[in-house]
Design a protein around this ligand. Structure first.
Ligand code: SF4
Length: 481
């Protein structure tokens, strides 16, 4: 079953990117933030002598999980159930939202607190809850900023990366309940204090919390959440009911496998040796934490992705966002241009595979890359993103084989001209004559706009003017001299 929810781009990437490129403030914010995080990451990774061996281990463990996924999921369900949790299964976003909505309604509450979770963003859970009158309060600081601004996250790890602190101050002053707009400054400490006061009341009154999970241990039925602010720990321990929405690829076979991933993840994501809060829970524990623990295991296109021998490596992803921070395309356009909750290089390979390439404008995403390879070098689980991008582009071309297109028409014409030397020489001569007026004065070296069908080329790059003479002509002239 193909994936649904907030993973379908509504606009082709080039169209969405053009709008973002016209925003210099956005580019400045992105550049500052991504360079800060990636420099920290490089320093932390450089401290680990066996970093490459860790990457290889991480990739091998995840490949093993993907090879044995059905067996490990059964094992996880059995262990979590034995520990007192209730496991639910959802084939797509709609089913997952239905399960969570029903569970929240059974508690009788109309407000839930949330730990930052990509899976719940993917299925559009906040919107589904709102539709039945249940308010979902984001408790991660950056998610809270985005929610108050009525905006969408633009980065996996730093969802409000497109805002600077002056903009955040204005959002809080205008929209955060209980804030005195005349007294609030844009000092980071003042902004954090305002958020802390607002959230503390929510934590203490919430009956239900909703989380995702970074890892799910098949052997023990344990869920693991890795975070930096302590809001996760509050959500996971205080409310009576905890509902965790977990993608089926989050499994690790054994508790011991965490040793590898708890070294890889914090260094790759926030550039820290160790993240401040690592919370683990296994079902229900008498006298400690939530009384009801529900786990919703979500497929939403992951089984289809797993079926592709090249593309399945995208499911190794641990959502560290290192690939976003080194990507020259992401740095210029930001996350919204990708139209999915998964932006950047990983989004360009994950979203089209989960939804099927023809959903929305997702078929344009594999082209949102220069194929420079920086994402592969940064990825802690060695996902060869350029390889998958080329593979998806190939699939797109194969799917269109036989259908007429401007590109194919131009290539056929070019091929006919280049197969015969006389035709080729005549074409060069004609091009040279045609471009002679442009070359006059010597100032113009390129053509900005070519007529159809070559206009697709000059839509995104200049075409060089034909040389004033061919190599053969130059060679012949040299002999005469
Ligand atoms: S693809 Fe690799 S680098 Fe990118 S978010 Fe996933 S794990 Fe991190």
């Amino acid at each position: 079953m193909t994936g649904t929810g907030n993973i379908v781009a509504r606009q082709p990437f080039p169209v969405a990117a053009r709008t973002r490129l016209a925003d210099p403030q956005l580019r400045a914010n992105l550049r500052r933030a991504t360079h800060t995080i990636r420099d920290k990451r490089l320093r932390m990774v450089g401290e680990v002598p066996d970093w490459e061996a860790l990457r290889v281990s991480g990739a091998a463990i995840k490949d093993d999980v993907l090879a044995r996924l059905p067996e490990l999921l059964d094992r996880f369900e059995a262990a979590a159930t034995a520990a007192g949790a209730t496991v639910h299964w959802a084939r797509d976003a709609r089913e997952a939202n239905e399960v969570v909505t029903r569970l929240v309604r059974q508690t009788g509450t109309d407000e839930v607190v949330k730990v930052k979770s990509m899976a719940t963003q993917e299925i559009g859970l906040n919107e589904a809850l709102e539709a039945v009158g249940i308010a979902a309060v984001e408790t991660d600081l950056a998610e809270l900023i985005v929610q108050l601004a009525d905006d969408q996250p633009s980065h996996i790890l730093v969802p409000a990366i497109h805002y600077n602190r002056h903009q955040i101050r204005d959002i809080f002053a205008e929209r955060m309940p209980g804030v005195d707009p005349t007294a609030l400054t844009d000092e980071p400490a003042a902004l954090a204090e305002a958020a802390r006061r607002h959230l503390r009341a929510k934590f203490l009154s919430a009956k239900v919390a909703i989380s995702g999970a970074n890892f799910a241990i098949a052997d023990t039925g344990t869920l693991v959440v890795v975070e930096s602010e302590g809001n996760g720990r509050m959500c996971l321990t205080l409310p009576e009911t905890l509902i965790s929405v977990v993608g089926i690829e989050k499994l690790l076979p054994t508790f011991g496998d965490l040793e590898v991933f708890l070294q890889l993840l914090p260094r790759s994501s926030t550039g820290e040796r160790m993240n401040p809060y690592t919370s683990m829970w296994t079902g229900v524990t008498e006298g400690d934490g939530p009384r009801q623990v529900h786990i919703v295991l979500v497929d939403n296109g992951r089984t289809d992705t797993r079926a592709d021998p090249v593309g399945r490596q995208a499911l190794r992803c641990i959502r560290c966002s290192a690939c976003l921070n080194v990507c020259p395309v992401y740095e210029r356009v930001g996350g919204h241009a990708y139209g999915s909750v998964y932006p950047g290089p990983i989004g360009a390979i994950l979203s089209p595979q989960m939804t099927g390439p023809d959903a929305g404008a997702n078929r344009t995403l594999p082209y949102a890359s220069t194929l420079c390879g920086a994402c592969f070098d940064a990825c802690p689980v060695r996902i060869d993103i350029p390889e998958v991008l080329v593979h998806l582009r190939q699939q797109g071309v194969d799917a269109k084989r036989g259908r007429p297109s401007a590109e194919r028409t131009a290539m056929r014409a070019m091929s006919w001209v280049m197969r015969d030397r006389r035709r080729y020489t005549a074409a060069l001569r004609a091009a040279r004559r045609g471009s002679a007026p442009l070359r006059r004065g010597g100032r113009q070296t390129s053509i900005r706009h070519l007529p159809w069908p070559l206009s697709g080329w000059t839509a995104s790059r200049d075409a060089p003017l034909p040389a004033p003479e061919t190599f053969r002509e130059w060679w012949a002239g040299r002999g005469r001299g």
